[in-house]
Design a protein around this ligand. Structure first.
Ligand code: ADP
Ligand code: MG
Length: 440
């Protein structure tokens, strides 16, 4: 408006000067014709008059230019403001700014923020957390805001629960302090992402993982049950034979004692197998990471697969060169190794003198565990699908196709890897996990 008035004023002034100069000439020429002295006076004052006119025109031109520059600057600023508004209001993230010097009252709130809180910008600006959230929550938010300025650093709040008209939402918020030119605190900028869906998905995946793990464990237990039954049957037969004999040796304490001791050993053997089964069937929601010796894990895994190997006339060899420990849930790593040994037994059993070898060594801060077998190997076709859940080449009832995918999942939770090592002549599955030498 002011700019339009200015422009009008300049136009009127320019026209007036023009009219004044224009109307002077006929008047002056009329006067000059009457009196030659006036002509002389006109000639003498003409430069002054023309100079004045030129000055006025130049000044007005400058004013007009200033006006143009102002207009362009204003247009530019408006354009930038609009661009910023467009960006802010189309961001999926919630962006807000609070004034440190005015009780952390909101000075900016973008559309995503309005949507989340179900309030309009004008209802939010000038208000503080205390106007929207329960006292305790508002206090905790403000405490964090102060902390941001006390430390002068950006703070990330991984998860904060807030009440909205749509119910409880979980936000991840980054709070950034900004300072004035003199170093005094100014605005607090906040950027929040609604991670509610991600958290729900993560929970679902964890549940799913737990279920698949149980599924795979039950399947492995099924695969191994024949071997386990065989393992339990042997000591049971020994015990029942011993009981028969003990009836007869009632009068001979020495023989009685010997059979008693032998029976106790067999019972201990059965108990060990049952303990192993119970341990194996356990489902943990989260891996419980502890420093565990690799050698212990290998021993435990082998002891659990021995029965099945024995049943399939497969020799299990162990070449353990490790002294290191790894940070892991030992039961989960044992399950991976058991899966790999079982796969090895399945692959090797059809050939003559089947064997499965477990090699373990340390290499550049990692523990490498290899499970090799005398089987026919993995074809390229099968290799590309090895880690797909439910991919199996085994008969129905023999394989679930879950062993390798679950194993890979377990290892990636441990920041470890599982792969097929093609550089060796025998089938070789290789685990690599960070070692913790000397920390146990
Ligand atoms: N050591 C191995 N030698 C040859 N093939 C293997 C070996 N280990 C796994 N495989 C192949 O990978 C497939 C998937 O293995 P896995 O996920 O453990 O499921 P499953 O053992 O139930 O079939 C197997 O069916 C088999 O074809
Ligand atoms: Mg398997």
């Amino acid at each position: 408006m002011a700019e339009n008035q200015n422009r009008k004023r300049i136009l009127i002034r320019t026209s007036l000067i023009g009219a004044l100069v224009g109307s002077f000439f006929p008047v002056l020429s009329f006067l000059a014709r009457k009196d030659p002295e006036i002509l002389f006076g006109i000639i003498c004052t003409a430069p002054l008059f023309l100079g004045l006119c030129a000055y006025l025109v130049a000044r007005m031109r400058m004013q007009a230019e200033d006006l143009l520059i102002n207009k362009r600057t204003e247009q530019k600023v408006n354009g930038q403001k609009k661009l910023l508004e467009t960006i802010l209001n189309n961001l999926p993230n919630i962006v807000f700014a609070k004034d440190y010097n005015n009780g952390f009252k909101f000075v900016l709130f973008n559309s995503a923020g309005e949507k989340l809180l179900g309030l309009k910008n004008k209802e939010l600006i000038g208000k503080s957390d205390f106007d929207f959230f329960p006292l305790e929550q508002a206090e905790s938010f403000t405490k964090k805001d102060r902390e941001v300025f006390e430390t002068g650093r950006t703070i990330t709040i991984e998860q904060e629960l807030i009440q909205t008209p749509k119910g409880e939402r979980i936000l991840k918020t980054v709070k950034v302090p900004t300072f004035k030119a003199d170093g005094k605190p100014d605005l607090l900028i906040g950027i929040s992402v609604d991670i509610t869906e991600d958290i729900i998905l993560q929970k679902k995946l964890e549940e799913e993982r737990g279920r698949s793990l149980l599924h795979s464990k039950l399947a492995t237990l099924g695969e191994m049950s024949a071997g386990v039954a065989h393992e339990i049957n042997n000591p049971l037969a020994i015990i029942s034979g011993n009981l028969e004999l003990m009836k007869r040796y009632r009068e001979d304490p020495e023989k009685f004692e010997a059979k008693w001791k032998a029976s106790e050993k067999s019972i201990e053997r059965i108990a060990k197998i049952v303990r192993g089964l119970k341990k194996f069937a356990r489902v943990s929601d989260q891996p419980k990471l502890v420093l565990s010796r690799v050698s212990g894990i290998l021993q435990e895994s082998i002891s659990f697969t021995e029965a099945r190997a024995h049943q399939n006339q497969t020799r299990i060899q162990l070449d353990d060169r490790t002294t290191a420990s790894v940070l892991c849930d030992p039961l989960e790593i044992e399950q991976v190794i058991i899966n790999l040994i079982n796969n090895g037994i399945d692959a090797a059993k059809s050939g003559p003198e089947p064997w499965v070898r477990i090699e373990a060594f340390e290499e550049t801060g990692e523990v490498v565990i290899r499970i090799l077998d005398s089987g026919p190997g993995v074809s390229r076709d099968v290799e590309s699908r090895l880690f797909e859940p439910f991919f199996t080449t085994k008969e129905v009832g023999e394989g679930t196709g879950l062993g390798l995918s679950i194993s890979k999942g377990i290892l990636s939770q441990h920041n470890a890897t599982l792969g097929l090592n093609r550089s060796l002549s025998q089938t070789c599955f290789e685990i690599r996990i960070k070692s913790h030498t000397g920390q146990l």
